[in-house]
Design a protein around this ligand. Sequence first.
Ligand code: KG4
Ligand code: ZN
Length: 353
Amino acid sequence: MTILGIESSCDETSAAIVEEGVVLSNVVQGQVEVHAEYGGVVPELASRAHIHNIYPVVSEALQRAGRQAAQLTAIAVTAGPGLIGGLLVGLSVAKGLALALQKPLLGIHHMEGHLMSPFLRRVGEAESGCTFPFVALLVSGGHSLLLHAEAFGVYTLLGQTRDDAAGEAFDKGARLLGLSYPGGPAIAALAEGGDRQAIRFPRAWLDRQRFDFSFSGLKTALRTHLLSHPPGDDRQAARDIAASYQEALVEVLVEKSLAACRAVGCRRLLVAGGVGANQRLRQLLQERASPRIAVFAPPLSFCTDNGAMIALAAAERLQRGARHDAALTVRPRWPLSELPPVPVGQQKVTLVR
Ligand code: KG4
Ligand code: ZN
């Protein structure tokens, strides 16, 4: 099976060729420079950039993989959730290709794509060792979720953010600190050499028995702190604030994820999404999970939005008989509970709340 996976739900235009779980190519064209001056993704600008980038990205994916379009088994595309304009660009291209090549079309849920990231491997690479069931912490600029993935297609939502996504909390915090967009890497860089304990920013544990997140209070605490203690030209003070802010954010993500693992009796934890790139998050997860829980953190190119994860999810669904036709539409809001059940087991997603 040789699958082309297209992803354009947010601000990355990506296309990948995945063959029997092996990523032959994974081309990602980001748009940071388009959105930087606005401090966040501007949907209309994102759509235009996707239109501009998608054909070169798809052809480069085929070229790098050394495959012809005619050799593809199927065309997969993120059908939601995400920004409607970007999704439409990806879907239109995928439909056109599927029609022209007379190949099956598959519309994939973006989060199911992320859940497949620990199973992706590059040519010559060994498997990560991750297997179902596992708990997944999916944290990016657009989403913050804790899921229990019992098997392919059988997912339970354990928790999600009640306000900002974790990446948004990084981005907004960075803006308050006068740092550039995207804020996550900027805060992480400034935090190096900072004292993580310098300021005791609040941790929103909410209900200890639940696994929801809330980051708006932390952001307000940062704003209040900056008003009373502006760092000015004091670089060390700025580093301490960044390190303390990052620590508060990361500690909640780590503790909630581990508590979720314990609650469902699961000993594998996946972390993915742009915030999953955060080194302090990865370090603290490893420290606190070990030795009871194994942490799987895919390489950065599979952690952030990419076409390869969409192709792999499509391969799994295709094997189970799924396929779509030209009537497929995008779903900007698409609760996981409305994911089509996979034929094996026929178990539907249930929401724990
Ligand atoms: O998955 P992603 O590339 O795109 C989506 O939002 O879907 O995630 C981008 C988010 C941004 O909010 C960015 O600030 C954050 O991930 N991010 C990080 C790091 N790298 C990216 N957050 C914390 N630490 C990082 N090293
Ligand atoms: Zn994502």
